[in-house]
Structures are given as C-alpha cells and as structure tokens.
Design a protein around this ligand. Structure first.
Ligand SMILES: NC(=O)c1ccc[n+]([C@@H]2O[C@H](COP(=O)([O-])OP(=O)(O)OC[C@H]3O[C@@H](n4cnc5c(N)ncnc54)[C@H](OP(=O)(O)O)[C@@H]3O)[C@@H](O)[C@H]2O)c1
Length: 287
C-alpha cells in the first residue's frame, strides 16, 4: 500500500455514497488498500469489526459524512460539511440505492426510489462539481442496473408518483434507467468542463443482509442468496467503469460486456429537466 498524505499532489480522493455496506463497502476497501483517501457519504456507520475501514477512519484517510440521503435537510447539511472539509474529489461514485419492499415516499413527497436513485445522485453531483473540478480525474460513476432490460413502458413525468408498485422491475428499475438517462443527457456539457460522467451496472451480487427486509421478488432473493457473486465483483465493475478501458467515455452505461445502448433515450432530456428543476427549486435554497 502506498498511502500519500492529502496535501501530497498525487494523493487521490474518492467520494462514495453507500460506502458502508455491500458493493460500496468493497469499493471503499479496495481503494483504501490501494492508498486512496475516501470520503464516505452514508446513513449508518461502518462496522467496528472491519480492520481496513477502522484503521483508515483512525488515521483520517476515511472521512465519514452522515445523512439519510432522501431527506433534503440532512443531505444539504452533509454536503455543506463536505464542501467545507474536503479539498478536492477525484472520483465521485453515486452508489447508494436498493430495491424496497413497498411503495414509500421521501420527506419531499416523491417516490423513494426516484428520490434516492435518480434525484439525489444529480443533487450530489451538482453540489460537488466544484470539488471535482479541483480533482485530477474528474470522473463520476453512477451505479445503475440491468433491471430495466424488460421495461416496456417508461414515462419520465410519472416517476415521482407512480400509480402502481412492483418490486424490482417497477420503480427500482425505472429510476435506475432514469439515472442513466440523465447521465447521458448531461454528459456532453459537463465534458466541456473536463468532467466525465458515466453509469455502470455492477451485475448480480449477493448483498443480502440479516434482518433487512428485501425488496426482491422471491425467485430473485433465492438466486441472490445461493448463486450471485460476492460484492467484490460489483465493486470491481464500478472500479473498471471509472479507471478501465472506457475511462475516456462520457455519458455511457457500462456493463460487463461493454457499452449498453439505453432504451427510451428520447426521454433523456426530459428526465434531466425534471431532476434539474427539483435541484434548483427545492434543494439549492437549502444550501
Ligand atoms: N446487489 C446487486 O445485485 C445489485 C445489482 C445492480 C445494482 N445494484 C446497485 O448497487 C448499489 C449498491 O447496492 P448493494 O447491492 O451493495 O446493496 P446494500 O448492501 O444494501 O448497500 C446499499 C448502500 O446504500 C445505502 N443506502 C440505501 N438507502 C439509503 C438512503 N436512503 N440514504 C443513505 N444511504 C442509503 C445503504 O446504507 P445502509 O447501510 O444504511 O442501509 C448501503 O450503504 C445500489 O445502487 C444497488 O441498486 C446492486
């Protein structure tokens, strides 16, 4: 391990949301092991039993910022803290997410998957753009999914208040697609500033947790428990999307086979307009 102090010109910092469990945790552990600094934007604590994250917290290479990401008041406070305390961000991994067992709404009144997986990554990017411009790699990776492969109907204006709820292939899938769509729509203008945004599918990973109600249909839950890969696989896919062969790409969704053509691309601009309006009208005023 070659750890550089933060004031060293070659020191690198990644900001990772959802860094304390599953795929985000394995990505955090990998980057720390490679000598990176990590700023973790999380809602619950790292386990005390993990030697890698524990020692990095003690020596200041892993810095923790806490928020329930779907609560704009908490998110604004955490992002202000990050803006005050971090000097630069090289890579932003917008990773927090997951499938819920039932229809829920955020404190702002939008469907929870939409808030967490589509709106929040946009808000986080917008607020951390200045820090990314001060970083050297200027890369943003949103964690997407292939859950929308079978999606037949998609309406960018219906995501905040869907009429029906379906586990995994409903709001979860739609809002992952929406995040990949706004990423595609926004990427060209941000690339002019030198920032490259992409999204990545981490593939199937077993991140089942004891005591946590799964939002997965029974057959998928079964497959995950017995056949999905450990979350180091997903972490590797996010890592490759950031630093691998597609590192010069802007706007693309990357999976294990390469670049994925997004369906409903004609609605990408509309998704972007919607998240940008929420950001400007509801979030910006809190900062
Ligand atoms: N596992 C798979 O097969 C798979 C496949 C495709 C995509 N993905 C995506 O990969 C990402 C990581 O998921 P995972 O499988 O590693 O699941 P996980 O182990 O449950 O990790 C999810 C992370 O997101 C955080 N999170 C969830 N809701 C949050 C909220 N409202 N506010 C703040 N943090 C929140 C969790 O925090 P807590 O620890 O506090 O719950 C946790 O750190 C997600 O975006 C997921 O949709 C997973």
């Amino acid at each position: 391990m070659n750890t550089l102090p933060l004031n060293h010109p070659a020191a690198r910092t990644a900001l990772i949301t959802g860094a304390n469990n599953g795929i985000g945790l394995e990505l955090t552990r990998r980057l720390l092991t490679e000598g990176w600094h990590v700023a973790a934007l999380i809602r619950s604590a790292f386990s005390n039993d993990d030697e890698i994250t524990g020692s990095a917290i003690r020596d200041g290479r892993l810095r923790v910022y806490t928020a329930e990401l779907t609560d704009f008041t908490q998110l604004a406070a955490a992002l202000q803290n990050i803006q005050t305390n971090e000097t630069a961000i090289d890579v932003l991994f917008n990773n927090a997410g997951g499938s819920l067992p039932e229809l829920r709404f955020s404190p702002q009144g939008r469907e929870m998957h939409y808030e967490l997986q589509t709106v929040v990554p946009y808000v986080v990017y917008r607020e951390l753009k200045e820090l990314l411009l001060r970083g050297s790699l200027k890369t943003v990776i949103g964690t997407s999914s292939n859950a929308f492969n079978y999606t037949k109907v998609f309406d960018a204006d219906n995501l905040a208040r869907p009429q029906r709820f379906k586990q995994l292939t409903g709001a979860y899938a739609d809002t992952k697609l929406a995040m990949s769509l706004w990423t595609q729509a926004l990427a060209p203008t941000e690339a002019e500033d030198g920032i490259l945004l992409r999204s990545a599918d981490p593939g199937p990973n077993n991140t089942i947790r004891k005591g946590k109600k799964s939002g997965l249909p029974f057959p998928v839950n079964y497959l995950m428990r017995f056949f999905f890969a450990p979350p180091t696989q997903g972490a590797g896919r996010l890592y490759d999307a950031a630093f691998g062969q597609y590192k010069k790409e802007a706007g693309t969704l990357i999976d294990k086979k390469g670049i994925v053509k997004l369906k409903f691309a004609d609605q990408a601009e509309r998704v972007l307009e919607n998240v940008d309006r929420i950001y400007r009208k509801e979030f910006r005023i809190l900062m």
